[in-house]
Design a binder for this molecule. Structure first.
Ligand SMILES: [Zn+2]
Length: 443
């Protein structure tokens, strides 16, 4: 149903909505009077429409848990998210949203199609690092825990999108208050996805250019607010040679030996020195060789480098190049024949960025947290928020509620205890941000 249309057709505002709008204009008045964010949040929590909706999250927890189970049973490893995207699309459609899948494969559902913008995006990534081998691998145990790959990261975020989407359909006054909202279930966050879904949304999609702020949901934990985007670069390093017999060709260039030396040379250098910016690297995959008695024709590694400083990140990438060049030189210098070659290919780059300390999106989340008794701290991480933050757009990434662990492993789990608190936090933040966006739009 469409609340706006209802108002126009009947010529009068439904009583509950009227009450809510009254509460809302009071809130706006408070903002003008310079009332504290805490007071505004506490009045919003007490407003009747909001109170009922917050109770609804508790009443509907079985429905939310069931959606969570079902969505996680549709496999969605990075680059193969289509089936889960179609499943999410069907859920938004069953809630009467006008939803679609965009050219990147993201599911997009708007609360109101009539709005030109600016819009507010609530996003959660569809993809998982690991895929379940069969649907039974995703299951609830008797203690209420959900088990299996991707149940927390990002089953929690996707379940929250659906919970909020259904809640808004049940409470038209809240739906009206969140009219600028657009739900996005995006592809390409994990592994080598290189944030492709968010990149498309922010940089290419016609809808994306209308989005003025992003609230990214990733995993369950509510104790972190990611406001700084950790920059990262990823490389594929390959040493190649002619290969041969382990005895009769002994002495020719050996790609595994060269690669091992490159990794050793690189890892012997300390990357976290006296500066304040923290950095990291990880050789996450090593492969090569054919058999124990063959000199390999190739050896390869994939390495992920991250840093809070863009300059440092490039410096570490330079160290990698030097280590590879030096290792190649040494191996070829020792070889009696069969020289090696080396190639470094950049396979991913996530831009960094940071939210302004006085950004309203941050102020509202912190005000909501203090009213709900959530003890959160500011954090720097690599998430979908990297893209909007790198473009100077306001974005934060938070957890969707509940508890979880074992992300990116087959032992991943999620427990819905405390999920309602996470959903409350999201809904309150959305209402406050929508109000900001409306006010900016009207100004
Ligand atoms: Zn994630």
């Amino acid at each position: 149903m469409d609340a706006d249309a209802g108002i126009l057709v009947h010529g009068k505002i439904p009583p509950l909505l009227h009450f809510y709008l009254a509460a809302y204009s009071k809130l706006l008045g408070n903002v003008r009077e310079g009332a504290s964010a805490g007071k505004i949040v506490s009045e919003l929590i007490q407003s009747p429409g909001m109170r009922e909706c917050l109770q609804w999250f508790t009443r509907e927890r079985h429905w939310i848990n069931e959606q969570h189970l079902q969505l996680c049973r549709v496999p969605a490893p990075t680059f193969f998210e289509q089936k889960r995207a179609e499943w999410m699309l069907a859920q938004f459609e069953s809630l009467h949203y006008n939803a679609k899948i965009d050219r990147a494969g993201n599911v997009v559902a708007r609360v109101s199609d009539k709005r030109e913008g600016p819009l507010l995006a609530l996003t959660a990534h569809l993809d998982t690092v690991l895929a379940a081998r069969n649907s039974e691998e995703i299951h609830y145990s008797p203690d209420g825990r959900l088990h299996g790959p991707g149940v927390s990261d990002n089953g929690a975020g996707l379940a929250a999108l659906l919970a909020i989407a259904r809640a808004l359909r049940n409470f038209p006054e809240l739906e009206d208050a969140c009219a600028p909202l657009v739900f996005v279930a995006n592809v390409g966050e994990e592994g080598e996805g290189n944030l492709s879904g968010m990149r498309y949304l922010c940089r290419q999609s016609p809808l994306g250019s209308k989005i003025g702020a992003f609230l990214v949901l990733d995993g369950p934990t509510t104790d972190q607010i990611t406001w700084q985007a950790l920059a990262s670069r990823r490389f594929d390093v390959t040493f190649t040679g002619q290969g041969g017999h382990s005895w009769s060709d002994y002495g020719i260039g050996n790609p595994v030996h060269a690669l091992s030396r490159a990794i050793t040379l690189f890892t012997e250098t300390r990357i976290n020195g006296t500066g304040t910016a923290r950095s990291s690297y990880n050789f996450g995959l090593v492969e090569g060789g054919q058999s124990i008695n063959s000199i390999p024709t190739h050896a390869r590694t994939k390495v992920d480098i991250r840093s809070e400083s863009g300059v440092k990140l490039d410096e570490i990438a330079g160290m990698l190049t030097s280590a590879v060049e030096r290792a190649l030189e040494v191996e070829n210098g020792r070889a009696t024949g069969g020289r090696l070659s080396a190639k470094i290919k950049e396979i991913g780059s996530r831009p960094g960025g940071r939210l302004a300390e006085d950004a309203p999106i941050l102020g509202w989340v912190r005000a909501v947290d203090s009213q709900l008794g959530i003890r959160s701290h500011l954090d720097c991480a690599s998430t979908d928020a990297n893209i909007p933050l790198s473009m100077g757009l306001p974005a934060i990434s938070i957890g969707a509620g509940g508890q979880g662990g074992g992300a990116h492993t087959p032992q991943e789990w999620f427990h819905p205890d405390g999920r309602e608190l996470g959903l409350k936090r999201i809904l309150l933040t959305l209402c406050l941000l929508s109000k900001d966006i409306e006010a900016a739009n009207g100004a």
